[in-house]
Design a protein around this ligand. Sequence first.
Ligand code: 6PG
Length: 496
Amino acid sequence: MSTSSSTEPTTGPTTGRAKATIGLTGLAVMGSNLARNIARHGHTIAVHNRTQAKTDALIEEHGDEGDFIPASSVKEFVESIERPRVIMIMVKAGAPTDAVIEELVPYLDKGDIIVDGGNAHFTDTIRRTEELAEKGIEFVGTGVSGGEEGALNGPSIMVGGSDQAYERVGPIMESIAARAGDGEACSAHVGTGGAGHFVKMVHNGIEYADMQLIAESYDLLRSVGGLEPAQIADVFAEWNTGELESFLIEMTADVLKHVDADTGKPFVDVVKDAAEQKGTGRWTVQSALDLGVPVTGIAEATFARSLSGHTDQRKAVREAFPTDPDAKPVSVDPEVFVDQVRDALYASKVVAYAQGFDQIAAGADEHGWQIDLGEVAKIWRAGCIIRARFLNRITEAYAADPHLTTLLTTPFFADAVKQSVPAWREVVATSALSGVPAPAFASSLAYFDALRRDRLPAALIQALRDNFGAHTYERVDRPGTFHTRWSGDRSESEQG
Ligand code: 6PG
């Protein structure tokens, strides 16, 4: 690594050309769309890819969209960026990210900033931040949501790293981010260190829950309500005009009305029913387990994807327990059922978001990040996959009380949940009676009911633990820790 920290002239030594404000390496679709977005916003951008062909293709196809400086080597790439440099890497999470960092470091100077816009695990981001800090390089783990389209036209951007790095990186990110209805940029410095990738991870967990709830709604409307995919598309389009308005609801309507060109069947019927995952939902659940936050909706959604992929077990159980041809289907009035499913979806969705925000709060506490939860809801209002109308309400709720115990009790959501409860119960009961699984609906309702119970059977669990393992318990009527001599005279003793 070069050690000089003086400021270089802002033009290249050989070409006299102005240097780039930012560099981006990793020109797969997300990277190249992000580079185009940055260029379109008037920033001179140096671009690089391990395989030169991708750089050439970007310049050939889109070079006229802004001021690009293509580089064919890492050295040339780094040297074409003004100092202190901002270099964005858009490569696969894990080892490929470490490999790119390793290639860049020898050419960097103290004070340079690496922005990782991939879906990195936040613990990798914390490690990289520390390792690079020892070399005087800032590392800014940044969550970027919105898929290919968002990358090009405005993503939601969750920036981590130091305050100092944000001063340099923030204005660029804010200029390329999506704009919410009130014109605010959907980009913010959510917290230091790994906070950006942590928030993005939970965003993805909520995305899993949201999609699972939508999928359960579709299944119930079709299998119990008797609606065809095209009719369900209309239902979703209608829901998208109300409180449920969101990118994923709108997209569901679009997907469900799509017809497969080869077979003439609804497209959803020709897609194999085994859901894949790249890992961010799983990471969210793993982290929630460590933090002790019950993200039941996200967990059910993640397990539902795993279950769908166990095709051998599915076949074995289907064959062992075939549907009884004489079984009476649960009969519902389709019109009433549509409204009930909408309410169940809404209430379960509120639970999933409440749990996700709880996890962000717990992660912030654990890692010492100052995360403004209202600000997180704000930058999810546009650009990202879980953008939804009701995020405004979440922002309002955290503005009113930044240390909310739970979103569920805030006036707007408490009212929404209260109104949905009867339908929510009907839908979960109908799912159980008809054998059409709705695990995320059911677990969200169970979560809500468990929180409402005056007494939980956790008391019995404590008693059992004490019985078989002398694990002790607390009493409701006086302070202290106790143990009962279960195999002796059953007398109780107070522990140390
Ligand atoms: C986004 C998405 C994106 C994610 C894909 C696929 O915010 O733009 O969350 O980051 O990678 O949605 O995720 P899975 O393959 O895990 O479903």
